[in-house]
Design a protein around this ligand. Sequence first.
Ligand code: UGA
Length: 433
Amino acid sequence: MKLSVIGCGYLGAVHAAAMAELGHEVVGVDVDPVKIEQLRAGRAPFFEPGLPEVLASAGASGRLRFTTELADAADAVVHFVAVGTPQSRDGNAADLRYVDAAIDGLLPLLKDGDLVVGKSTVPVGTARRLAERIAAGGSGARLAWNPEFLREGFAVKDTIEPDRLVYGVDDERDAAVLDEVYATAIAAGTPRIVTDFATAELVKVAANAFLATKISFINAMAEIAEATGADVTRLADAIGHDARIGRRFLNAGVGFGGGCLPKDIRAFTARAEELGRGESVAFLKEVDAINLRRRRRVVELAQEALGGAVFGRKVAVLGVTFKPHSDDVRDSPALDVAVQLKGLGADVVVTDPEGIDNARARHPQLLYSNATDEALRHADLVVLVTEWPEYTGLDPAHVKEIARGSTVIDGRNALDAAAWKAAGWRYVGMGRN
Ligand code: UGA
C-alpha cells in the first residue's frame, strides 16, 4: 500500500521505517530539514535500538522515502498523522497545533477513498472535530483513530509486533483498510479492537494513566516504607505474585518521566475538567504529585548523605535520560535531580551513554562527562537515577577506589545492594530502609 507518515519524531520515524519494512511504500514527512536529511542518509535522528537497521533495510528496498514537502504525500492512500502533542506552555492541556497543521496541510491533497489515520495522543473529542473538517473538505476522504502503544527503547519491535491494535472508525470499511496496513500483525493473531473515535482516543490515555498510577502507587508505598522501616522492593515482589496485580511497572524509585506519561495524565485531567468530569480523574493529580515528590526525595537523601554541606561537593549523577535505552530527556526525573542538586551548589557531573547531547541542549550549566570513571573520580556522593546496564553492572569495589565518598543513592532500586554494602558502601535505596 502507499502510505504517508506526517511527523518523523520518536513515533513517526519508527512507524514509517517499520511500515516500509513490512512491505508498504512509505513517504515520511517532517518540517525539520535536518531530521529529514539524517533519515535520507539512513541515520536515525535519535537513539532507538534497531531503528538504524530497519532504516537501512527499508531504505535499500526503495520503499522508504523522506521529504519536507507535504505535497509528496499526495500519492498515498493512507496518511498517518504522528506529530507531537506536547503540554501547552500555559497549562496542562495538550497543544494540538501540530495536529491541526498536519490536517490543514493534508486537506488539499486528499482524494476520494483516502484514509487519514491519527496516531498522535489527543484529548478525547479531537478525532470527531477533525473528521468533520475532513468531511467538510468534500474530498470523500475519511478519518480513523489508531493509537500507538510503543515504548521507547523497544519501538521497532512494538511497531512490528504490537500487543494489540485499536481502530477508532466511523465506518467498518475503514477497519478493513487498516487490516490491510497491519496484515502481518493480523496474520500473527494480534488482538484487534474496532471501536468508535472516543473510545480509541480514551484507550490511549487510559492505558498511560493506569501505568502512571501503578508507578505512583508503588512510590506511595515507598514513602510508607520509609516511615516504617519496610522494604518496598520485597513488598512489590510479594504483591506482584498476585496475577491480578502483576510485578511489572511496580518498580519504586525516582518516578516516571518522558514525553508521554507526565503530559498525558495532565492533558487527561485538563480534558476531563473541560467535560465537567474533573472529579473522575482527580486522583491523577495525586499521581503526579507523588511522582514529583520522589525527585525531591532523592535530592533530600543527597543532602542528608552530604551532612547538609552540599556546596562545592562533587556529586556523580549516573544517567540523565528518563529511562535506559533511550536518549530522551523530556521531563526526565534524572535530569531534574541533577538540576536541583546543581541549584543547591553541588558540583554535579552527569554521565549517560546516550542522553548527554539532549541534556546539554536543555541545561548547559551542568557538567557532563562521557566517561563513567571520570564522573565518579573523587565524587563525594554517587547517585544512580537511570538504570542503564552500564551502571547497574558497575563493580562497587572499583568505584570505591576512585570515588571520595562512600554513599551511593540508588534512585532506581536497581543496584545489587548486598554487593555494594559488601564493598564498603553505605547503600541508600528508595523505600528500602
Ligand atoms: C509509555 C508507555 O509505556 C507506552 O505504552 C506508550 O506507548 C508511550 O508511553 C507513549 O504514550 O508513547 P515510554 O514513555 O516509552 O512508554 O516509557 P515507559 O517504559 O512507560 O516508562 C515511563 C517512565 O516510567 C520511565 O521514566 C520509567 O523509568 C518509569 N518507570 C517504569 C518506573 O519508574 N517504574 C516502573 O516500574 C516502570
